[in-house]
Write a protein that binds this ligand. Sequence first.
Ligand SMILES: [Zn+2]
Length: 479
Amino acid sequence: MKASPRRDCLSEGGFLQGLQRPAWRVAAACVNFSCLLLLLAPNASAQRTALKPGWNMFTPQQDIQVGKQAAVDAQKQLPLCNAPKVDAYLTQLGMRLVAKLPTSGVQYPFEFHCVNDKAINAFALPGGYVFINRGAIEAADNEAQLAGVMAHELSHVALRHGTNQATKAEAAEGFLGIAGGIFGGSTGGALLTKLGAFAAGGVLLRYSRTAESQADVMGTQVLYDSGYDPRAMAQFFEKLEAETKGKNPPEFFSDNPNPEHRVERVDEEVEKLGGVPPSARRDSPEFEAIKREVLALPVAKKLTPAAAAAEKPPVPPSGHLADYQANGYSLKYPDNWRKYPDSNGAGASFAPDGGVVDDGTGHAALAYGLIISVVQAGGDPNDWDVLNNATQQMIQELQKSNPNMKIARQSERVRLNGQPGLATYLSNDSPVGGQETDWIVTTLRPEGLVSFVCVAPQPAYEKYDKTFNAILDSVRFTK
Ligand SMILES: [Zn+2]
């Protein structure tokens, strides 16, 4: 189930914001929490741009801890090249770049893995776990270009962009106050759990454009310092853009959004470094041999995260319930589910591990769980016609982003914490394949129409019915 893309409606309090914070939101969070440190500050003594990791409530050890777990998961879920020679080459090239990577004295346990995926992409998890798609190796014209992509990803690690992003997302949710760990330096288990949720939701790998620009600049410096043509990274990006004009942009740009004037900024940095050295390294016989080997690898069947989730459904909901307090209501939810509160304090999503999947286009979709959202609606909360109209409008809004969503059973009157409510069953395409059942319960409150959307794939719905009823029975309105 996808939340509606319309910002004035469901998505405002909807699920997407909880998990998939768009860059503009992160930028907005920035204004409140002076991120001046994050900005590129030219250093007067040295010509090159000085870069430092930004504000972070996590320690570098926690970067390693969460990255290591995410890397173990990634290796289970991704088709790996299983080509020892290729991995050895990537490790050798990667460590040559790491030798020039400014990590502020932190020793990260760098690892480099080749992924058997033709999509042109690469990513690095916090702590230094780097994954490079075969597509990126195949698309590189020479070793310097591949080194450029790797230097860019390594810069995200050194600048700790993943946990910086999580820090900002956390702050945007207003949980900063209870995270005493930031200033005390303690390593709270709750924070790590939260970080795990960020990892699962992909937050650690969705960088802002500022972060992208920083990774470009530091990557260019690393290329230069390790003897490569410092223009190679920008050349690779230019090539990708030119080759994919008018087509779907390569995956790399969805994970690493193009900052403004990307190429110009790199050129500027090359200038500051003193230009391209005449002896700059561009290619090697090793790269050409590895590229041939990669081109000859059999193509792996790509198991999308959604397909992987379909093969391994979440563990059943726990009978033990945890308390959740929102702005305007409270409820109880299974204590083995994760909560994803919206920043506005009203909406929230709850899902088991594996309940949130990539819908195949890089967007998070809820396959199992509950989405609570609030949309603007007025009128007498005890007037069934008003409630019915607001509910039908909300469903039509949902249908815009879920074109195959259909009403399976007309709305029935129910009571939710004594308030008049409407319960409606819908059917929809499940992000894990097949059909899903959506049970929507709506009620009018002073803040608007509050909807509780219970989602599970149709074959599994019966197993979740009791849990959804228990959650809705526990709802208490506090205003
Ligand atoms: Zn990037």
